[in-house]
Structures are given as structure tokens and as C-alpha cells.
Design a protein around this ligand. Structure first.
Ligand SMILES: NC(=O)c1ccc[n+]([C@@H]2O[C@H](COP(=O)([O-])OP(=O)(O)OC[C@H]3O[C@@H](n4cnc5c(N)ncnc54)[C@H](O)[C@@H]3O)[C@@H](O)[C@H]2O)c1
Length: 298
């Protein structure tokens, strides 16, 4: 779709990282912006940045895992602007603690934000996009939505987002509804994602502990994220995809190779094997040696 000044765009997770970059790029292209995030201080700072572009903004503190709060976000958007045209369901968190032996609440948190947050966003806004005569939905998944290998709850949530977004695209096509759909599948991007536990909900109890083995891999991933793609470059690709009505958005093609190799293994009936090298990380043997050394110190 093409758009003009005054087109209304909603971005969840707009307080930081990719969401903030999306809000910024959409504001620079003339959109009125609805910023939604669960973290109040980040939302305030982001609003100041977006306001500087001189566009209309609406700020709605929102926990996307809660259906009532996302419904309230849609109501507030419609009340203020009368219509909505672009919806970026982008808020996301990593897992916390050990996925198999740690508390189940970690899964509930990750699935709540990453999966249910997207479901709530699509269901709350889709009728309004159709009523507006057309629009576009962008769901932020991850390359982890096509290649599991990072963290189980995160990988599962992102596989679900890829699947539901593809189904949404097919539904819009089959029903000839004027709503474009894109799924964003980044590799490493320079954001605050590895500090997601800053928003761990108190209602889920104590923050699960990160053990020594997880910490080694986290340290490597932290370096990869710090050297990752700038969020602004990711946002530019997303805006191109909305304009071109492109479904897949892959900022990091080296990661796509891992997903392709996985699908070849599936077709050949080969059992899953961890890759020797994940882009941005040391070779697997080096990671294993570092983990063994750390465990040996205990
Ligand atoms: N950074 C990466 O390398 C990377 C790679 C692939 C996918 N992603 C995805 O990109 C999206 C954006 O993350 P990011 O990398 O910009 O991280 P980020 O931590 O910088 O931004 C995430 C934002 O989501 C907000 N948020 C967290 N829980 C929320 C909730 N319950 N309700 C509403 N907002 C909430 C946070 O406050 C934060 O502002 C996520 O879906 C993430 O999984 C990131």
C-alpha cells in the first residue's frame, strides 16, 4: 500500500529497539503514530522522540499479553483518529531461566507477549483495517520462527507467529480483503531484547535464575546483538515491504541459510543437528569448550 500524511499507524513495543525504529520511520513518512508499550519510562522517552517529527501521536500504556488492554488500545486509537491503517504487532521478550527444569511461568510470559500479544493485536485491529477500506499488518516474528536453535519458548512463540501470519495472509487473499500482511524475521538486531527481564511481570513470581551454562551462551549472544543490524535499517525494510505488499521480511540473509538447511534436512528425513556455526557466534566447538571450562570452575 502507499500512504499519505495522516495515515494512522499503531506500533506495539514502541518504547525501544525495532518498535521505536518503526514508529520513527513511520512518523518520518507522515503517519500519525499510536505508541503502545508496557514500560512507562521507555514509552515517555520514545514519545518525545516521535513528537519531534511534528506528527500527531497517541500514547497508550499497554500490556499486549492482556486481551482487555489491547482492546482498549484499539478503542483509544479509533476514538482519537477515527480509523487505523497500519498495525505493527512487534512487542516481544526472550525466555527466562531453564525451559525444561525452571518454572512454567517463563513459558507463560514468553507465549503471553510474543504469541498472544500478536493474536490480540490482529483480532482487535483487523475489523477496523477492513472498515477503513484497506491497511497492512506487520507481525514481528524472528528467524527463530523458521529455525529453532536459540531458546525453546522463544522459538515456539516465533514459529507460532510465522504460522498465524501466513494463515492471516492466505485468509485476506482468499476473501479478497484489502489488508496486506508481512512477517518480520530478523537475526541479530541492536536492541534491548536481551534485557527483556526488565519487564518480567511481578504477578508471575520470582524472576527465574539464569544458570552458568545459559550465561556462557548469553554472553556470546549479547556480543552478537551489540554488533547486529541497526534497528533503523530493519524499519526501512519493513516500510519497503508495506509499500510493495511483500510478505517475508528478512533483514539477515545469512540466518536464512540455516532455515533453508533445516528444511532440506526435514525433506531428507535427517534428525536435527545443531549447526557448526551460527552467524555472529563463535564456532560450536568453542562455545562448548567455554561452557565446559565454566562448569569445571564450579
Ligand atoms: N533484537 C533482535 O536481535 C531480534 C531478533 C529477532 C526478533 N526480534 C523481535 O523484535 C521485537 C522487538 O524487540 P527488540 O529486539 O526491539 O527488543 P527491545 O527489548 O528493545 O524492545 C521490545 C519492546 O517491547 C516492550 N514490551 C515487552 N513486553 C511487553 C508487553 N507485555 N506489552 C507491550 N510491550 C512490551 C518492551 O518494553 C520494549 O520496549 C520482538 O518481538 C523480538 O522478539 C528481535
Amino acid at each position: 500500500m502507499e500512504w499519505e500524511a495522516g495515515t494512522v499507524a499503531v506500533v506495539t513495543g514502541a518504547g525501544s529497539g525495532i518498535g521505536l525504529a518503526l514508529a520513527d520511520a513511520l512518523a518520518r513518512s507522515g503517519c500519525s503514530i499510536v505508541l503502545a508499550d508496557v514500560q512507562a519510562d521507555a514509552l515517555a522517552a520514545a514519545t518525545e522522540q516521535i513528537d519531534a517529527h511534528g506528527v500527531d501521536t497517541l500514547v497508550v500504556p499497554t500490556d499486549v499479553s492482556k486481551v482487555d488492554e489491547v482492546a482498549a488500545l484499539a478503542d483509544a486509537t479509533l476514538e482519537r483518529f477515527g480509523a487505523v491503517h497500519i498495525v505493527c504487532n512487534n512487542a516481544g521478550v526472550t525466555g527466562a531461566g531453564d525451559p525444561w527444569f525452571g518454572p512454567l511461568e517463563s513459558w507463560e510470559w514468553t507465549m503471553g507477549v510474543n504469541f498472544w500479544g500478536v493474536v490480540h493485536g490482529v483480532r482487535a485491529f483487523l475489523p477496523h483495517l477492513i472498515a477503513a477500506g484497506g491497511g497492512h499488518v506487520v507481525n514481528t516474528a524472528s528467524i527463530a520462527g523458521l529455525w529453532p536453535g536459540l531458546a525453546p519458548s522463544y522459538d515456539a512463540s516465533k514459529h507460532a507467529v510465522v504460522a498465524l501470519t501466513e494463515d492471516l495472509y492466505n485468509t485476506m487473499q482468499a476473501a479478497e480483503l484489502p489488508v496486506g500482511v508481512s512477517v518480520l524475521c530478523p537475526g541479530w538486531v541492536q536492541t534491548g531484547i536481551l534485557d527483556s527481564d526488565r519487564n518480567w511481570p511481578a504477578e508471575l513470581g520470582e524472576l527465574p535464575v539464569t544458570d552458568a551454562v545459559q550465561q556462557v551462551s548469553l554472553d556470546h549472544v549479547r556480543r552478537a546483538v551489540a554488533e547486529g543490524t541497526p534497528p533503523a535499517a530493519v524499519a526501512d525494510l519493513v516500510l519497503d515491504a508495506i509499500r510493495a505488499d511483500r510478505f517475508w521480511v528478512f533483514p539477515n540473509l545469512d540466518f536464512l541459510e540455516l532455515a533453508i538447511a533445516r528444511f532440506h534436512d526435514i525433506a531428507d528425513g535427517i534428525n536435527p543437528t545443531p549447526p557448526e556455526q551460527v552467524p555472529g557466534l563463535p564456532p560450536r566447538t568453542e562455545m562448548m569448550a567455554a561452557m565446559e571450562a565454566m562448569l569445571g570452575e564450579d
